[in-house]
Design a protein around this ligand. Structure first.
Ligand code: HEC
Length: 151
């Protein structure tokens, strides 16, 4: 490759790389290798799991304990919370989103099924709304599980 061509390619990379960075699914500041753990044979990335849980799936919004003014109590994230509303149509909504820190009662296989097959709970039946019917990829689920196990 000629020097001119190498320079041209390098310049093109310099120009486009900010856009590549902007579209990266990784959260800011997670460039360094982060903790991972095996989840049902897949390496789950704790930091990517945090990003999915806190910024995409929003598990913390329902599964955290809130004070009387509706603010999540620091240190009570993922420790369970009330669902203070139901829709106006006939429904079977759950009143409580139980603790999911550590995913108690869920083997890795059961947690994987929960997140990839539309909210099948540990007893093998579908959980009630408003628990979302997640159909995550196995990798996303492994990352989410790794993060919640670390809580
Ligand atoms: C919109 C609110 C909401 C969101 C968002 C939500 N959940 Fe839930 N979740 C619930 C509710 C409500 C239940 C209880 C369902 C029931 O009792 O049938 C539940 C149940 C669960 C259970 C079952 C606990 C048990 O005792 O069997 C787990 C595990 C769980 N959620 C994990 C998650 C994870 C992981 C996420 C994010 C990836 C998430 N949830 C996001 C509302 C939510």
């Amino acid at each position: 490759m000629s020097t001119v061509r190498v320079l041209a390619v390098s310049a093109a990379l310099l120009v486009t790389s900010p856009f590549l960075t902007a579209q990266s699914p990784r959260p800011e500041g997670s460039q360094a290798p982060s903790a991972s753990s095996q989840v049902a044979g897949i390496a789950g990335n704790v930091e990517r799991g945090r990003y999915l849980v806190e910024h995409v799936a929003m598990c913390n919004e329902c599964h955290s304990t809130r004070d009387a003014s509706g603010e999540i109590i620091p240190g009570r994230e993922y420790m369970g919370g009330n669902i203070p509303f139901t829709p106006p149509w006939p429904n079977d909504w759950a009143a409580v989103a139980p603790r999911n820190a550590g995913l108690p009662g869920y083997s890795d296989a059961a947690a994987m099924r929960l997140l990839t097959e539309g909210a099948i709970g540990r007893l093998g039946t579908r959980l009630r709304a408003p628990m979302p019917r997640f159909r995550m990829s196995q990798q996303d689920a492994a990352d989410v599980i790794a993060f919640l196990r670390s809580r």
